[in-house]
Write a protein that binds this ligand. Structure first.
Ligand code: HEM
Ligand SMILES: *[C@@H]1O[C@H](CO)[C@@H](O)[C@H](O)[C@H]1NC(C)=O
Ligand SMILES: *[C@@H]1O[C@H](CO)[C@@H](O)[C@H](O)[C@H]1NC(C)=O
Ligand SMILES: *[C@@H]1O[C@H](CO)[C@@H](O)[C@H](O)[C@H]1NC(C)=O
Length: 355
């Protein structure tokens, strides 16, 4: 029997996936200057266990919070580096921003509360030595692990930034869901993330939710031809018109971190253009396929990409500060909190500097 064209296509896909898998080996990136795997070993040895223990309790009540925390780390790192600026009240996308509208990025309000609760627990045990940005990075890691994803070490030693992020900076740094692969690849390249990183990081969309407004452009007025019919029908049922914004759909296996996202892309059931186009575009199609058929490979590449993302433009050493409250910079806090408490803190810092 002569091979049909679909045989040939299937074979090509398998071959490219196998070649991709065999020519790359996972290389864990080294910590950036000023960071280390054991940064808090003596100053806060219980840091990771405090966070993991608390998040287990949080996720037992609502595993959906894992997706919110993972996304928070992404937004923190992509906009002016992983410096906790996303946490600041007044930053675009920050705790006070309105939900549901693209510029404000619909980060979960609860994610901000969880981070400051973790911060309070950690500082109670160790004093003000651990940065909010490190807590966000650890919470993102635990979100992945506790949802069934790969375990990995987080390089630590980030310091918190002292400047608010504007909406313009945020929009310029976070690619929109209607971006095609070309835009995604060039956007991520500016952050030293390669196509494999781009495909692996997008796999974070294995968990969580999305508002209709993030993808109704693919349904109305015309349905995106790259979208599976049944999938489109179901999305239309939840989002009956172009103007539906508040309704929410689950990203496919919403509570389990696995490689189903890539299987969905092969079945033309990716939610955003930025997802589906990774399978349409020849530059990334083989990578998608290789992750769809090999979850171990996806996990390996995801870990590498997360460690790279977690070190984008970090502040270390004497840069930045260790925030006493993740939603406000320490100098802003002077105006809002007890004047005496601040005066004492400043005196202590002054004395330490004189020694
Ligand atoms: C590559 C470009 C990316 C684009 C265009 C993108 C876009 C989006 C959009 C539009 C949503 C839905 C927001 C809503 O309507 O509620 C979303 C959700 C999400 N994203 Fe991304 N994203 C990208 C990369 C990432 C990365 C790198 C991560 C993490 C490593 C990530 C993690 C998440 C998670 C976990 C959710 C679900 C959030 C929740 O359930 O609260 N995304 N993303
Ligand atoms: C985003 O949030 C800001 C501040 O919270 C608000 O002033 C602005 O109107 C929001 N933008 C949109 C498009 O909803
Ligand atoms: C899947 O990927 C892992 C990690 O790269 C590799 O060791 C393994 O051989 C791959 N499995 C298959 C069936 O290709
Ligand atoms: C942190 O700062 C925010 C904003 O000023 C405030 O609403 C919140 O109560 C503070 N949290 C703590 C624990 O002091």
């Amino acid at each position: 029997m002569a091979p049909t064209s679909s045989h040939v296509v299937a074979l090509t896909i398998m071959l490219s996936a196998v070649l991709f898998a065999s020519t790359t080996t996972a290389q864990i990136p080294a910590p950036a200057k000023g960071m280390s795997w054991t940064f808090y070993k003596s100053s806060c040895p219980k840091l990771e266990s405090i966070i993991t223990k608390r998040l287990k309790e949080v996720f037992k009540k609502d595993i959906g919070q894992a997706a919110g925390l993972l996304r928070l780390h992404f937004h923190d790192c992509f906009v002016e580096g992983c410096d906790g600026s996303v946490l600041l009240t007044g930053s675009a996308g920050g705790p006070s921003a309105e939900q549901g509208s693209p510029p404000n990025l619909s980060l979960r309000k609860e994610a901000f509360r969880i981070i400051d609760d973790l911060r309070a627990r950690v500082h109670k045990e160790c004093g003000r030595v651990v940065s909010c940005s490190d807590i966000v990075a650890l919470a993102a890691r635990d979100s992945v692990v506790l949802s069934g994803g790969p375990k990995y070490q987080v390089a630590l030693g980030r310091r918190d930034g002292t400047t608010l992020v504007t909406q313009d900076t945020t929009l310029a740094n976070l690619p929109p869901p209607f971006a095609t692969t070309g835009t995604i690849l060039s956007s991520l390249a500016t952050k030293n993330l390669n196509p494999t990183d781009a495909v692996a990081l997008s796999g974070a969309h294995t968990i969580g939710i999305s508002h209709c407004s993030s993808f109704t452009d693919r349904l109305y007025p015309n349905q995106d031809p790259s979208m599976d019919q049944t999938f489109a029908k179901n999305l239309k049922a939840t989002c009956p018109q172009a103007a539906t914004t508040d309704n929410i759909v689950d990203i496919r296996s919403p509570n389990v971190f696995d490689n189903k996202y890539y299987v969905d892309l092969m079945n033309r059931q990716g939610l955003f253009t930025s997802d589906q186009d990774l399978y349409t575009d020849s530059r990334t199609r083989g990578i998608v396929t290789s992750f769809a058929i090999n979850q171990t490979l996806f996990f390996e590449k995801f870990v590498v990409a997360m460690i790279k993302m977690g070190q984008i433009s970090v502040l270390t050493g004497k840069q930045g500060e260790i925030r006493a409250n993740c939603s406000v910079t320490n100098s802003a806090k002077v105006q809002t909190s007890s004047f005496l408490e601040e005066a004492v803190e400043e005196a202590v810092e002054l004395l330490a500097g004189m020694r």
